[in-house]
Write a protein that binds this ligand. Structure first.
Ligand code: ATP
Length: 200
């Protein structure tokens, strides 16, 4: 099984690209969805987070207060590492478990914070969805009705475009229209099928 990690900055088009790969029959494993499911009430990771960070990270309903957690770790490197040490190994184990269940020639593992999280060892190749920061800004402002300042702050808190591109084996340029994106997805789909075939 060829494992392709797909990453990109906020609003770069990761979700859109994943949907296009999906329509070609490629299974997508989404690290963000796994991360969310791991902190559902009753999950051991949520208990551990509550033990380490205190019950102030829980909402009145007993679910994880994500906003509160973000505030706690925002400017505290140690707390951030602590949270990551609880979540990352579990996310990784779950990704490996799901990959092992697949029977297709290749799969895509969508890891938005691949550069920041160091989850790269799981992948045979890294595919970066790339666009300009001004496109990121414009698309996210439109999609989420956010202010330019709020989106710009998120972009600058993420790994730089250059740092992501430095890790890329493959790059999709998503600064054009959807047709341009689709053509590149189709071309990489063929490429990955061919790499997978030649490996087996
Ligand atoms: P996030 O990091 O916030 O999860 P993302 O990387 O998954 O974002 P998408 O949600 O796929 O990005 O795309 C951001 C927005 O830009 C969406 O509204 C999407 O429909 C739009 N979009 C993506 N690619 C294109 C494109 N090539 N042309 C026009 N709009 C696009």
């Amino acid at each position: 099984m060829l494992v392709v990690a797909l990453t990109g900055g906020i609003g770069s088009g990761k979700t859109t690209a994943c949907r296009l790969f999906e329509t070609l029959g490629t299974p997508i494993i989404d690290a963000d969805l796994i991360a969310r499911s791991l902190v559902e009430p009753g999950e051991p990771a949520l208990d551990e987070i509550t033990q380490q960070f205190g019950s102030s990270v829980l909402t009145t309903k007993g679910t994880l207060d994500r906003k509160r957690v973000r505030q706690l770790i925002f400017s505290d490197r140690e707390k951030r590492h602590l949270l990551e040490s609880i979540l990352h190994p579990r996310i990784r184990r779950e990704m490996v478990r799901r990959i092992a269940e697949l029977t297709t020639p290749y799969c895509i593992v969508a890891i938005p914070l691949l550069v920041e999280s160091g989850q790269i060892e799981i992948a045979d190749r890294v595919l970066v969805i790339d666009t300009t920061e001004s496109e990121q800004l414009q698309r996210v402002i439109e999609r989420d009705e956010q202010t330019e300042e709020a989106v710009a702050a998120i972009i600058s808190s993420q790994a730089s475009r250059a740092a992501r591109l430095a890790l890329a084996d493959d790059i999709i340029d998503n600064s054009g229209d959807i047709g341009h994106l689709q053509a590149q997805v189709e071309s990489y789909h063929q490429k990955y099928l061919s790499i997978a075939k030649n490996r087996s």
